[in-house]
Structures are given as structure tokens and as C-alpha cells.
Design a protein around this ligand. Structure first.
Ligand SMILES: Nc1ncnc2c1ncn2[C@@H]1O[C@H](COP(=O)(O)OP(=O)(O)OP(=O)(O)O)[C@@H](O)[C@H]1O
Length: 610
């Protein structure tokens, strides 16, 4: 099997690009503040208070040492001031601890609330987008990057706030040091330059690596899923695929590992080298301070204050620059997240649209409709002309890939036709608001979703606003024969479905289908579409389901796709598709007389049943 091409070398993102990503930070903070304003301001206040404590503590420490030296030399000891100073330092230490805890707590709470908020936003945004966007692999990459960084964004928040806090710490320490000895600033600059160079050198690289690997990471996730999940387990075991999938996974992971190891080694190597330079500068300053103290220019207290301040300044400044890189890197992910949230859906929402008719009068008409899937040159359907009359039951038949489901997607406006148009009561459907228009339809696709939620939720999903309306859910279940499934479940309507969760029960294919059909009945839709809804039902259940369907949807418009001709013949009219074109359309009798593909396939199936 051909392996996907892997972009081994990341496109390096430079310092300027990283810097530009910071423009998203204000929007980011606006979002965080909106999530919980009180907590946000408490956090900021704690950080401001916490920021001025280090210089205060160092200063009180200096006063204590000077006082101790003074009292050691004094003949009559007066320790009152000393105790006051010690008490003050103790108070500051306790306050510092309390503030730090307050910051961590509010960080964690804000972070949790914010990540819930972003996840909700991502889910909502995904539902707003059109199917062509959802089926696009670029979209998936964007979604993946937006989703993946939920926890990263929480780290970003506390990093930026800590950065602000550290600016205050640095400024206050600088004031202290400059007051004593302005020359020390030069050494400070020397000690910090190596860190800056190091950060510029590697800024953006790890983001670039991660970004250029989005596709592959998705593939890794998929391979992990394919190799180790209940859904694939049967075939993986039976075909002995485990080693193959594991090897493919390892192969791809190893490539990423090699890249990331190279980067980590470079970072560590250069980091240690630059750090030695920084440490040398610090000890230079230390020696300088010691000389001045020995010469009697500085007191012992000054020595501790200055060396302490200098050391803290250096680590804070280093932290500032390292964190700056981390911030710009995470801010690049922020860009992905906001770009995702800002993705436009194809239909301009603000556009003035016609109100939808409450009841369909004439029906739908496909006029010379042709369609190519996005990024594809192939006409999947072309020159399609037919009517779906109000109240009619129309069946689509045709071989696999003939274009049946595609026509449904066009009718539902998941895609717009590439040529021709679809009319509703003589008016192009494009004139109506897409979301409102889609409310007309109750649909069960062949790949309908098996929600691993409760049975009640699975049915109510058809009209979720009616989840509390038990009589309506009961009626839907009766119509679809799902009531038989419910009566067998120990938990009744509250039965958890699927294997993922504790006490969850998995259903057979046919049972799932009955639940899915109930979902379509749940919605009092004008048009019902059943895309091979009964393929998993046994022959008796299928006939029963269809007879019921016809009876229950009397007066309603419906489209049915089925490969079983015994089912299809119940429809008012049948449309036969071949290679994306309408081959014939008419009642069962008409098509039998026509003696073309329909008659041939019908007789073939009928012979099979004899
Ligand atoms: N999202 C897509 N992007 C590109 N091509 C697609 C997409 N979905 C379907 N196709 C192609 O369009 C053609 C028609 O597919 P469609 O699903 O409409 O067939 P169908 O008649 O419903 O088939 P079946 O009976 O197997 O369900 C096929 O060749 C398929 O490969």
C-alpha cells in the first residue's frame, strides 16, 4: 500500500511571524474575561500584589541583616526593631504563599471554564459549517489544530498573566538595584543576551514541526483507533492485521520522534552553552558586590539584597524571554483556533431570504441538475430532470455509485448543484434560508449515527426540543417498531446504548435502524427521506416497516432509496438511475412494461427469492 508523503522538514516560522500571532492575544483575553469576569479580576489582582512581594521581602531581609550586625556590635541590645522586621518578613512570606495559591486556584478554575467554553464553541461552529467544508481534509486539519490546543490555551493564559506579573517584579527589582549600583545593569544585560539569542534561534520551530505534522498526527490517531478499538477488533483479529497496523504506526511515529529529538537536542545543547555565559556574568556581578562590601562601601545587608536581587532579576528576565517564546508559539495555535471560529459558511447569513411556504403545494423539481463534488472534475450526476410531487412517495433505485445519495444531498442543500437548479413550488430553493429549508426534512441516512447516549435521546434527536414529550417519543417508537426494542431493554427509555460506557447495551444492526427510523418519525417533517433505512431489517420486518411507513406518511412527501425491489414497488413512482443520469421513471407497472433496467433487475431479484 502506498505510504503517505511525509513532510520531514518543518517549514520554519520566523520570529516576526511568531510575533505577529500576538495580535490574537487581546481577543483571547476578552474571551477569558467573558467566561468569568469576577474570577478573572481576582486573578489579576492577586498577581499584581504577588509581583511586588519579592522586592519587599529582599528589602526586609536586608534590613534584618543590617540590624543583626548593628545589634552584634552594640553594647546594649535593643531587639524590638529586629522582631518587628522578622514579623514583617514572616507576614510577607505567609501572604506570598496565600497569593500564589489564590493564583493557582483561579488559574485552574478559569482554565477549566475556558476549555469547556472553547469546546462548546468548536462543536457549535462545526455544526454551522456546510457539508463540503466538513468533508474537506484541510478543514479537518484546522479542526484538529483548534481542538488539540484546548489545554495549550489554558497554559497560554497563565503564561501571559505570569508575564505581566513578572514585568512588575522585574521593574521593582531593577529600581532597587539601580538605586544602589547602576553599573550592575551592564552585567545584567550581558547575562541575559545569550538567552535572547537562544530563544530567537528556536522560536517557532517546534510549532512549525507540530503544524507540518497535523496530517500525520491525524493518521497516527486513526491507526491507533484502527489497531485498538472494539469497532475494528473483529476484522483486525481475523485478518491478522495487528502487526501490520502496529508497524505502520511505529514507522510514522519514529519519523516524528527523530525530528523532535533533533530539535530537543539542539535546544538543550545551545541552552546549556548560553547558560554558562549567563552564569559567568552573574558571578562577575557577585564578585563585584563582594569587593565593594569588603571595601566597606556596601553593608552586609546590601550584599544580600543586591546579590539576591541580581540573581532574581536574571532568572526572571530569562524566564521572561523563554516564556515569551512559549507564548508566541501558543499564540500561533490561537491563530488556528480563531481562524476556525471565523470560518464562513457558504451561505451569507445576512442575505434577505423568502419565507418558506408552510405547506408544500406543488412539490420539488430538478431542472437539468448536474453536480461535481468539490475538488473533483467528475460529473457525479448530470442532466437530471424529475419532479417530486407534494404527497408523493418516490423511490430511487440504481447500482452502487449511481448517484442516489448525491441527489438526496442536493435536495437537502448540503451542496448546491454545479449546474441547473432545484425548485420548490416553482421557486429556486436557493431563495430560501438554508437552515429553515432543511427543517422541512426528516432524514435517515444509510450511515445514520448511532449515538452512544440513552435510547430516549437517540429517538428525541429527531426533534430535540421535544425530549420531555414522552407521548410523542412513544408514538415515534411505535410507528418505527422501535417499541419492541425498548421493551427488551432493562433500562427502558433510559437504557444507555453502545459499548463505550458502563451498563451500555449494543444493539443489532436492525434494532439500531428501528431506533433511527423512530428519529425520523419524531420530527413532524414535511418531507421524509429514507436512504436504505431497512437494509439491516429482516424480510418480514422490512415489509412491515414499509407498509407502515406508507400508511403513516399518507399525504406526506417521501423519498425512499432501497435495493430491495419488493419494497420499492410500493412507492407511487420509481426513478431508475444509471451512471449519474435518469434512465427511466414511472410506476412499477409502467417500468415493468418498459422492459429496461428496472424490469431486468426486478425479475433478477424475484428469481433469487423463488
Ligand atoms: N463526498 C464525496 N466526494 C467525492 N465524491 C463522492 C463523495 N460522495 C460520493 N462521491 C462519489 O459520487 C458517486 C455517487 O455516489 P452516491 O453515494 O451518490 O451513490 P449511490 O447511488 O448512493 O450509491 P450506493 O448505492 O452505493 O449508496 C460515487 O462515484 C462516489 O464515489
Amino acid at each position: 500500500m502506498p505510504r503517505p508523503k511525509t513532510s520531514l522538514e518543518p517549514n520554519k516560522i520566523n520570529f516576526r511571524e511568531s510575533f505577529a500571532s500576538l495580535k490574537f492575544v487581546p481577543r483571547f483575553f476578552k474571551e477569558i474575561r467573558k467566561v468569568n469576569p469576577l474570577l478573572f479580576y481576582v486573578n489579576v489582582l492577586c498577581r499584581i500584589l504577588n509581583a511586588i512581594l519579592p522586592v519587599l521581602m529582599l528589602w526586609v531581609g536586608k534590613l534584618i541583616i543590617d540590624e543583626v550586625v548593628l545589634q552584634m556590635a552594640a553594647d546594649v541590645k535593643d531587639l524590638d526593631l529586629l522582631w518587628i522586621l522578622v514579623a514583617a518578613e514572616f507576614g510577607l512570606a505567609v501572604l506570598s504563599d496565600l497569593l500564589s495559591r489564590g493564583i493557582s486556584l483561579s488559574d485552574a478554575l478559569l482554565g477549566d471554564q475556558y476549555s469547556i467554553d472553547t469546546s462548546v464553541k468548536i462543536i457549535k461552529k462545526t455544526s454551522e459549517l456546510n457539508l463540503d467544508q466538513l468533508e474537506d481534509s484541510e478543514f479537518y486539519d484546522k479542526l484538529e489544530r483548534a481542538r488539540q490546543q484546548t489545554t495549550g490555551r489554558v497554559g497560554l493564559m497563565s503564561n501571559i498573566l505570569t508575564q505581566g506579573e513578572d514585568v512588575i517584579v522585574i521593574l521593582s527589582l531593577l529600581v532597587g538595584v539601580v538605586t544602589f549600583e547602576p553599573w550592575l545593569i551592564i552585567l545584567l544585560v550581558v547575562s541575559i543576551i545569550p538567552t535572547i539569542i537562544n530563544e530567537i534561534k528556536f522560536s517557532g520551530t517546534s510549532y512549525s514541526l507540530a503544524r507540518s505534522w497535523t496530517q500525520e498526527r491525524r493518521e497516527l490517531d486513526y491507526l491507533r483507533y484502527a489497531g485498538a478499538s472494539d469497532v475494528t477488533a473483529k476484522e483486525v483479529k481475523l485478518f491478522g492485521l495487528s502487526d501490520y497496523l502496529a508497524a505502520r504506526f511505529k514507522d510514522l511515529s519514529d519519523k516524528y520522534y527523530i525530528q523532535s529529538k533533533k530539535l530537543a537536542k539542539q535546544r538543550a545543547g545551545w541552552g546549556s552553552f548560553f547558560n554558562v555565559i549567563g552564569t559567568t556574568a552573574y558571578y562577575g556581578a557577585y564578585v563585584f558586590i563582594i569587593f565593594r562590601t569588603v571595601a566597606g562601601i556596601f553593608s552586609l545587608g546590601d550584599l544580600t539584597f543586591l546579590s539576591g536581587s541580581f540573581n532574581r532579576l536574571r532568572t526572571k528576565l530569562q524566564g521572561f524571554f523563554t516564556r515569551f517564546t512559549a507564548i508566541t508559539e501558543s499564540a500561533l495555535y490561537l491563530q488556528d483556533y480563531f481562524e476556525f471560529l471565523d470560518m464562513k459558511y457558504s451561505e451569507a447569513v445576512s442575505e434577505e431570504k423568502l419565507p418558506l411556504p408552510r405547506k408544500i403545494q406543488k412539490g420539488f423539481e430538478f431542472k437539468n441538475v448536474g453536480f461535481k463534488y468539490p475538488k473533483s472534475e467528475k460529473w457525479v450526476v448530470r442532466h437530471i430532470n424529475f419532479e417530486l410531487k407534494a404527497g408523493e412517495k418516490l423511490a430511487f433505485v440504481g447500482e452502487n455509485g449511481a448517484g442516489k445519495t448525491t441527489l438526496i444531498k442536493l435536495l437537502l442543500r448540503f451542496y448546491e448543484p454545479s449546474e441547473g437548479e432545484i425548485l420548490l413550488d416553482g421557486i429556486p430553493v436557493k431563495e430560501y434560508n438554508q437552515t429553515q429549508y432543511q427543517q422541512y426534512f426528516g432524514v435517515i441516512f444509510q450511515d445514520f449515527v448511532k449515538f452512544e447516549l440513552t435510547l430516549r435521546e437517540n429517538i428525541a434527536m429527531g426533534e430535540i426540543s421535544q425530549i420531555e414529550n414522552q407521548p410523542r417519543i412513544n408514538r415515534a417508537a411505535e410507528k418505527s417498531l422501535a417499541d419492541e426494542v425498548i421493551s427488551e431493554m432493562p433500562g427502558g427509555y433510559d437504557q444507555q446504548l453502545g459499548k463505550r460506557f458502563k451498563q451500555g447495551k449494543d444493539l443489532s444492526g436492525g434494532q439500531w435502524q428501528k431506533i433511527a427510523i423512530a428519529r425520523a418519525y419524531m420530527k413532524d417533517a414535511e418531507v421524509l427521506i429514507l436512504d436504505e433505512p431497512t437494509s439491516a431489517l429482516d424480510a418480514r420486518a422490512e415489509t412491515e416497516a414499509f407498509n407502515r411507513f406508507i400508511k403513516l406518511t399518507e399525504g406526506k412527501t417521501a423519498v425512499i432509496i432501497s435495493h430491495r425491489f419488493s419494497t420499492v414497488r410500493i412507492a407511487d413512482r420509481i426513478m431508475v438511475l444509471k451512471d449519474g443520469a435518469v434512465l427511466e421513471i414511472g410506476t412499477h407497472e409502467e417500468l415493468m412494461q418498459n422492459d429496461k433496467l428496472y424490469a431486468e433487475l426486478f425479475n433478477l431479484q424475484a428469481a433469487g427469492y423463488q
